[in-house]
Design a protein around this ligand. Sequence first.
Ligand code: FES
Ligand SMILES: [Fe+2]
Length: 384
Amino acid sequence: MDKTTQIALVRRTFAHIDAGTTDLDAEVTRNPTRAYTDPEWLAKEQSTLFRKYPMFMGLSGRLPETGAYVAEQVAGLPVLLTRGGDGQARAFVNLCRHRGAPVAQGCGRSAGFSCPYHAWRYDREGRLIAIPDQRSFPGIDRESRGLIPLPLLEKNGMLWLLPEPGAALDDSVLDNHLQGLGAELSAYEFGGYSLYRSEVFERAANWKMPIDTFLEAYHFATLHRDTVAPIFFPNLCLFDAFGLNHREAVIRRSIEELREQPEEQWDFVRHTAISYQLFPNTVLVMQADHVETWRLFPAGDRPDRCMVQFDCYVPEPPATAKAHRYWEANIDLALRTVDAEDIAMQVNMETGYLSGAVDEVLIGRNEPALAHFQRAVHRAVTGD
Ligand code: FES
Ligand SMILES: [Fe+2]
C-alpha cells in the first residue's frame, strides 16, 4: 500500500475515532436467508462464481519449489497445482486420463505423478509419460492424453486459477477482475512469504458465512469480548470497493501512537488488520506482520455445509523455537476467534435460517463491506 493511501486512511481513521463514527453504507440492506439455504441458489453460485471468475489459490509460497504440488477440490472440480522443472506454476484437472482416478492427494513434493489405480504416469508438467501394458491401448497416443490443463496465472506472488478448462486467464482478465486492487496487493511483495501452516475443516454453515464474519467490526465488543476486542476498536471499519472485491480495515488501538509521529512515518498496515475480500471466496487478511488467507468452498451440494481452507504465511521461515511459538500463538488466536467464536455462531444461525422462520435478515449501515459482498454475489449470480 503506497504512502499516500496510508496517510489518507490514517486521517480517515482519526476522524472516525474522534467523532465516534465509522464508514457507512447508504442504507440498511435486507439480506434474503435463501442465499444461505437454497440448493438451487447454491447450484447457480457453483456454476457462476466458482467457474467464471479468477479464483485466488494462495500465495506463491504454496508451491515453494520445483516438484511442489497441491491437490484440492474447487467446488466439485478436482484441481492439481504443480511447479514444474522450469519453475512455472501450473494447474490441471486432477483426473487420470485412463479411467479418471485422482493422480495426487494432499500436498508434497514429487518428481511426477503415478496414478494409484493402474499406474499411468505423468510428469510434473502434466505430460503422460508411461502406460503400463501399452499394447492394450492401440490407437491411444500419449501426447494427447496428458492431464487436462486449467488456466493458472502467477503474478506478484499470488496464484490465480480460472476453474474452467479452455477458458482464458491473462493479465488483462485479472486486472479487469481486480479493478485497481492489483497494484495495492503487489506492493506487499507476497512472493517473499513462506507458507507456515494450513488447516482444512468442514463446518455446518453456508460457505458465505465465514466470509461474512470478517466483513464488519460491529460484533467485536460482544462476540469477541475475550479474544480480539481488547486489541481493536469495536464498530469501526474503513471500507473501499474495487469492483466485486473490496478492502475493509479494522483498527488496532495502537494506532493512537501515530498521532505523535509525522505523517510521512505513518504505517497504516502495522496498526490494522486489513481484510481484502477477493471475489468470490477468499478473505486475505494482512495482519500487520503476516498474512492469513481464508478460502471458503461449498461442501458438496449442500448449502448448509462448507469447507474452510485456512493458510498462514510468514515473511520468512521461522529459524528459532521462539519464532515458532510466536506464529503458533498468532494462529491460535486466529482459530479461537474465527472458528470457535465466529463460525460456531454461524452454525447456529444456519440452523435458524433452515427453520424457515424468517425470509430475511438485516445488514446495518455500519456493515458496508458485508453489504457489498452480498450485493456482489447477487450481481454475479443473476447478471443484474
Ligand atoms: S485410472 Fe489412472 S491408471 Fe487407471
Ligand atoms: Fe469475528
